[in-house]
Design a protein around this ligand. Structure first.
Ligand code: SAM
Length: 243
């Protein structure tokens, strides 16, 4: 719990000081045609694959757990996909940035909350992009998805692991998924995510204008991920399914 408080304080500082125009530039320089900044290692192609698994119809509602600065809402709008969108995050500064970029969209709403306790009218589809820690397809996230998804609703979550010893064991993860969902699939996307991560972090580190109070942490994270990729211990999974 104390750890939670420290991590949240670090994230609040990061979100208060990071510049979305620079994140967008890093995404563009890394080869993302959307030029939309993200806090994940998903290339545009991987986001497109993840979202395709949701089979979103125009009038459906999509819940984005751990929405951060509104990357997915911006990406969907850029792709011309319309859905009623609700983003949940526990960092108010991240939501402030999301509202500043998407506040003009009457179909996009951002709510401050913890997905572990968030419960509302069940929706048609749920996304959770890189929301859990190292390698975890954890029970609280799966419970939140199951509780907030209507029967027949679809979900997709992505999870990165820097140490393959933490990567979810297939059998364990499949059992946790089968206990809650009618259908599920785990797709390995390590090669694609590693390729984009290297380009994205390279582009980020080449940019000069980051706030000096957050630049060292960004560089440390970039190095940690790139070292894990070089050591062959990085893995990435896209998990999708139907309730
Ligand atoms: C790595 S960022 C990814 C953000 C976004 N999905 C994206 O792709 O740009 C993880 C996000 O999950 C949020 N998060 C983590 N645990 C959460 C929780 N229990 N409840 C709500 N948000 C959470 C963090 O605040 C952070 O914004």
């Amino acid at each position: 719990m104390f750890q939670d408080v420290i991590v949240a304080a670090l994230f609040r500082t990061f979100h208060a000081r990071v510049d979305d125009a620079l994140l967008d530039r890093a995404a563009r320089d890394a080869g993302a045609a959307s030029a939309i900044g993200r806090l994940s290692l998903l290339s545009d192609a991987l986001v497109a694959q993840a979202i395709a698994t949701l089979r979103l119809a125009p009038n459906e509602t999509l819940l984005d757990l751990g929405c951060g600065r509104g990357f997915l809402a911006r990406w969907l709008r850029n792709a011309g996909m319309s859905a009623d969108y609700v983003g949940i995050d526990r960092i108010p500064e991240a939501l402030g940035a999301a509202r500043a970029m998407l506040g003009d969209d009457p179909r996009a709403r951002f709510v401050e909350g913890d997905y572990r306790t968030y419960r509302a009218t069940p929706v048609d589809a749920i996304a959770a992009l890189e929301v859990t820690g190292d390698g975890a397809i954890d029970a609280p996230l799966l419970d939140a998805i199951a509780a907030n998804l209507r029967p027949g609703g679809r979900f997709v979550l992505t999870v990165a692991s820097l140490d393959d010893r933490n990567a979810p064991r297939r059998a364990e993860a499949n059992a946790a998924l089968r206990a809650r969902f009618a259908r599920s699939d785990i797709r390995d996307a390590t090669v694609e995510a590693a390729d984009f991560a290297q380009r994205f972090y390279g582009a980020m580190l080449a940019i000069d204008g980051w706030d000096p109070s957050i630049a060292p942490r960004m560089a440390a994270q970039a190095n940690e991920v790139c070292n894990a990729i070089a050591a062959g211990s990085f893995t990435y999974a896209i998990v999708s399914g139907t309730r």
